[in-house]
Design a binder for this molecule. Structure first.
Ligand SMILES: NC(=O)c1ccc[n+]([C@@H]2O[C@H](COP(=O)([O-])OP(=O)(O)OC[C@H]3O[C@@H](n4cnc5c(N)ncnc54)[C@H](OP(=O)(O)O)[C@@H]3O)[C@@H](O)[C@H]2O)c1
Length: 272
């Protein structure tokens, strides 16, 4: 199989970011193999016997772990033995601040592997407002205990574009790339933009007390609530995010602004 025909493996390739990585790779002429629990071949992090068929004939892979899933120890060694020589790991800009232990462990395993690696660390996705913040937006009230600190919302299309750039080239090997949008915004400012485009009135509560009470009413166990509060408070304590400029530097074009995202999402009817 020539290098051109050899597929790039996209783990997590049916989700918000991974599907965009796969689409953009195909658009740039690359062969792609998406592997998740719902594809053929199937790939399940929990089933090591499913790894070999996904890794066959793969030299380059994108690794996105779903929320709350750890990379099993031994996976990177397995991938190296199968012939993988290049990996781009999708992590989180707040991996250390928010103590995301699953991603800290994945980063360590990737750095210690014998495979050339790049780690991308995106901030909050713009698309969070159409996934886990969609219902609060539609109901008109969002709670995130980060007060008025400004966040570096970044577009999933841009995250995928940086991933595709690094998967297709030998540059940025051994680098950890923090990805933000072009400006940082407080949640209340982000919601105001959604209001401007949709006419929806949406209130924001950035307090710990409001968040704790809402999760308690939703039946979330007390220790899970306190862990979430601890992690989000640590992110808030860091203060306003300064845009990293990495998307622009890697792609040599502007990053997508949150208002452009809201315009497109409203056109798609995301909050109808
Ligand atoms: N949301 C944010 O603001 C944010 C910011 C920074 C970093 N992150 C990180 O980004 C990642 C989430 O990205 P996303 O929102 O694009 O993910 P997503 O939309 O939730 O997609 C998850 C993907 O993982 C696959 N998957 C789920 N369970 C699996 C399993 N057991 N074995 C193999 N594949 C499995 C899913 O496909 P199947 O269901 O078909 O298996 C799907 O392709 C997380 O690691 C999160 O910590 C998120």
């Amino acid at each position: 199989m020539s290098k051109q025909e050899q597929p790039i493996l996209v783990l997590g390739g049916t989700g918000t970011v991974g599907a965009r990585v796969a689409t953009q790779l195909r658009a740039s002429g690359c062969a792609v193999r998406v592997a998740t629990r719902s594809t053929r071949p199937c790939f399940d992090w929990m089933r090591p016997d499913s790894w070999a068929s996904a890794l066959t004939d793969i030299q380059t892979m994108y690794v996105l772990l779903p929320d709350g899933t750890a990379m099993p120890e031994g996976f990177m060694e397995h991938a190296h033995r199968a012939g993988v020589r290049r990996v781009v790991l999708h992590s989180d800009r707040n991996v250390d601040t928010m103590n995301v232990t699953d991603l800290q462990s994945a980063e360590r395993q990737v750095r210690q592997s014998s495979i050339d690696w790049t780690i991308i660390r995106p901030d909050w996705f713009n698309q969070d407002f159409e996934t886990f913040f969609r219902r609060p937006v539609i109901e008109g009230h969002l709670l995130v205990p980060v007060g008025s600190t400004k966040q570096g919302f970044v577009d999933a299309d841009d995250i995928a574009a940086v991933a595709v750039h690094t998967l297709r080239r030998a540059d940025h090997v051994g680098e950890t790339l923090p990805l933000t949008g072009p400006r940082s915004l407080a949640f209340v400012e982000a919601l105001d933009l959604i209001t401007d485009f949709t006419g929806r009135s949406i209130t924001f509560d950035g307090t710990v007390e409001g968040y704790r009470e809402a999760l308690r009413i939703d039946g979330v166990p007390g220790d899970a609530i306190e862990t979430r509060i601890r992690n989000l408070s640590a992110a808030a304590a860091k203060g306003d995010t300064t845009p990293s400029g990495v998307v622009e530097a890697v792609l040599q074009r502007p990053a997508k602004d949150f208002s452009a995202y809201v315009h497109d999402a409203a056109e798609r009817g995301v909050w109808r």
